[in-house]
Design a protein around this ligand. Structure first.
Ligand SMILES: Cc1cc2nc3c(=O)[nH]c(=O)nc-3n(C[C@H](O)[C@H](O)[C@H](O)COP(=O)(O)OP(=O)(O)OC[C@H]3O[C@@H](n4cnc5c(N)ncnc54)[C@H](O)[C@@H]3O)c2cc1C
Length: 346
């Protein structure tokens, strides 16, 4: 195994070349805000000021950010000595169509209610300058512990609040804190928005497949409303899956929103127990294919648990869709196997 050195915030760190830079720094007490560790959430975006980083660590970044040396330390296995800093509006020019994922705000909790026994609806004030597209996600930070996690927006940009759906994860640090400790009127640090899983009007005539599991409904709820408000012409199929009937939510709200729109079909799905009214029992990927058959020409939005999103994607690719037809937000999470990052997580 070989090592290189990394200069970060005035300190020198010795890092392995076969381990993600983020993990090496965290294990030595060099804190960088982070969340998904998969190059999705953008929470850990850094800028290299000396040396160069492997191309893979810039995967998915806009060219103008790559040109400025931006990279994801979670994807970076460094192969030469580097100096780095966290990317901010001060050291990077962001040209993202007026939307910057690196803006940080303080927002207030204005509503907390339960969508089902395990899922919290959390509403925050939308800071005036924060503009987003329905279906994107924001990062929430628990400041005392420097803990950051991503949550998708169920609200519409025109609303003056932001709605999030939080699944309580067993032993989950952020989700349990949001569910139990954070109170109405409290302030919380947020940043964003991020993500490219949002409704696009230039595909208005295509049929849409919205496939979500658990709180994967959150971004789809925003995308659905955006599509309806934009008078989407193609048919919209919403598949919402849960382990059992208790895990489903928003059935009435969805029917209400859709009203008498005729080009919409809602299919609630459960893995265990009887099929819900007008719904199906089974695995969501199979239900989608059984319901729609050949999907050529359709467009899919897939959200929620990483493994389920991947299996829906694979099935759709086998049944007529191309990668360009699929937009996905996989809710990746930090694996407890990574002891070093967990140790620095709280
Ligand atoms: C782009 C994106 C969007 C997201 N949107 C949402 C959203 O809208 N709603 C939402 O509830 N979550 C969402 N997530 C997941 C969220 O960011 C957190 O990962 C999740 O809330 C768990 O954080 P935690 O701190 O509570 O758990 P941690 O303290 O990080 O984890 C505790 C333990 O649980 C395990 N674990 C964590 N999550 C899961 C899981 N889902 N299933 C099984 N084991 C798990 C970990 O490996 C660890 O062992 C999203 C993630 C991404 C990347």
């Amino acid at each position: 195994m070989s090592h290189i050195t990394v200069q970060y915030k005035g300190k020198t760190y010795t890092c392995d070349t076969d381990r993600p830079l983020l993990s090496s720094l965290l294990s030595q007490g060099g804190f960088i805000p982070y969340s998904c560790q998969g190059g999705l959430c953008q929470a850990c975006l850094c800028k290299v000021t000396q040396g160069s980083v492997p191309k893979e660590s810039q995967h998915g970044l806009d060219k103008h950010l790559q040109d400025q040396g931006c990279f994801y330390p979670c994807l970076c296995k460094p192969n030469e000595d580097l100096s780095i800093e966290v990317a901010t509006k001060e050291n990077v020019v962001f040209e993202e169509k007026g939307i910057s994922s690196f803006d940080t705000y303080t927002s207030m909790v204005i509503d907390k209610s339960w969508l089902n026994p395990n899922t919290l609806r959390l509403c925050l004030v939308r800071p005036e300058p924060l503009q987003y597209k329905a279906g994107q996600f924001i990062n929430l930070t628990q400041s005392e512990n420097n803990l950051t996690r991503s949550y998708s927006l169920a609200s519409l940009p025109c609303e003056n609040f932001m709605e999030l759906h939080i699944k309580r994860v067993v032993n989950g640090k952020m989700s349990n804190w949001l569910c139990d400790t954070l109170q109405l009127g409290d302030n919380i640090t947020i940043s964003g928005p991020s993500g490219d899983c949002y409704y696009q009007q230039d595909h208005a005539t295509q049929d849409l497949i919205l496939g979500g599991v658990g709180t994967g409904l959150a971004p789809l709820y925003g995308i659905l409303r955006d599509a309806i408000e934009s008078n989407h012409q193609g048919h919209i199929y919403l598949f919402h899956a849960s382990l059992n009937a208790e895990g489903l939510y928003y059935q009435d709200e969805i029917k209400e929103i859709v009203g008498d729109v005729t080009n919409f079909t809602y299919i609630p799905c459960v893995l265990h127990g009887d099929a819900p009214d007008n719904g199906k029992q089974g695995a969501i990927d199979q239900i989608i294919i059984d319901s729609l058959g050949d999907c050529t020409g359709k467009r899919a939005y897939l959200c929620g648990d990483d493994a389920v999103v991947q299996s829906m994607k694979e099935r759709l690719l086998q049944n007529g869709l191309t990668n360009d037809d699929i937009l996905a937000d996989a809710f990746t999470f930090i694996n407890e196997g990574d002891q070093n990052t967990q140790a620095n997580d709280s």
